[in-house]
Design a protein around this ligand. Sequence first.
Ligand code: SAH
Length: 360
Amino acid sequence: MTPLAAELKALIATEGPLPVDRFMALALGHPRHGYYMTRDPFGPAGDFVTAPEISQVFGELMGVWAASAWEAMGRPEAVALVEFGPGRGTLMADLLRAAAALPAFRAALAVHLVETSDRLAARQQDRLAVASVPCTWHRDLSTVPDGPAILIANEFLDALPIRQFIMTASGWRERVVGLVDGALAFGLAGDPVPPSLVPAALRQAAPGAVMEICPAFGPLAAGLAARNAPLAGLFIDYGHAASAHGETLQAMQAHRFTDPLTAPGEADITAHVDFAALGHALSAAGLCAGAPVSQRALLFGLGLRERAERLARCQPDAFETLRAGVERLIDPAPAGMGSLFKAMTVASSDGLLRALPAAT
Ligand code: SAH
């Protein structure tokens, strides 16, 4: 039994079953035993691999996107480049290297990294120590200084806790984590779910249908809108373009799916992102959100082919690794990164949104 499982059992014994979002928040973010607090989970020796860890081309193209966003904003003299959930800092390091091609852009940048894990923040500090741009770390957006901002977030939204609901003969019931014979087990809360909580797109459902909502989308959108300054952002993650029924909560350990209740704190727990719900939350906060595009379309649109060809000429020995990495990022198979992963742009005004690359 993991140390976190022992704590969760004691908590459930005294307070009762936990909604799935509370369980997920503790599994990932418990101050001592949370998954992201205790480890560097990336790469072949870890639990999963993300796009910036697969190929430097990914972060470099994020640099192209950010530079275009800066141009679209009218080249502000000072702009905050904010990254949510920066992992090992690889995306930002690659982005800044690519940004060196546009010295005026690079000179305008102050980097702000929003990270809850001290351990990963230390890793990012090491990685960005040589960046000739000021970098500041934050626990959330509230301490990022006012003013124009460019936001990037790759595989951040999937780590935000979700609530799950299951349709029963007597209506929707919330899924909870409780105890059965002393072991963690999924169950259903007794209280019916108020109909106002069920999005219109999901009202028609057969018994057994699962609905997921991410309560953090609203506060995230409100926090971005409250900055009240020009904003251009890009969210990239795996998920679906339209809200749909279905269970997407997943746990991953050593590159294999596992039961989320088996080793809490030692497996990554995520959910697919409902981009339609994210778009609604951003619009409700007064921001403008683009339609999601596939990662494949995003990367081609940013000049993937040209950049990969240029790199291949500079590093002929690494050609095969480079080709395999790029192929993986744009794999069009339904479960491949090129199609499962989507990108959504957000902007503080409709005019700015329409001037951003990949905004549809
Ligand atoms: N963007 C990176 C890492 C993705 S993993 C990459 O593509 O490789 C998720 C990252 O988000 C980790 O750095 C994790 O510690 C961070 N994170 C998780 N929840 C967070 C939250 N609520 N606020 C800020 N960072 C968070």
